[in-house]
Design a binder for this molecule. Sequence first.
Ligand SMILES: [Zn+2]
Length: 86
Amino acid sequence: MTFFKKLGKGFKGAYQALSSDEYEIKNVKAKCIHCGHNNFERGEAQLNTAGMTFVNLDWANENAYLLSCKDCSYIMWFAEQPKKIV
Ligand SMILES: [Zn+2]
């Protein structure tokens, strides 16, 4: 039983090492401003939805990118696409 548990952990660790989840914007590594971790989930969002029209910004007529901290779940927004660090 413990052997399989260990095996599972090993696979998970290898997988996490293979798929980097660190990003950079303008050559600056993204770091969570809330908890300081630097592992993120990247997402995209359309800004020109009905819910966002009240903001009334020109640049809002396009995509925005978000990085969600894998540790504390804080979401940081970027107008430019964050680059994955490999
Ligand atoms: Zn965080």
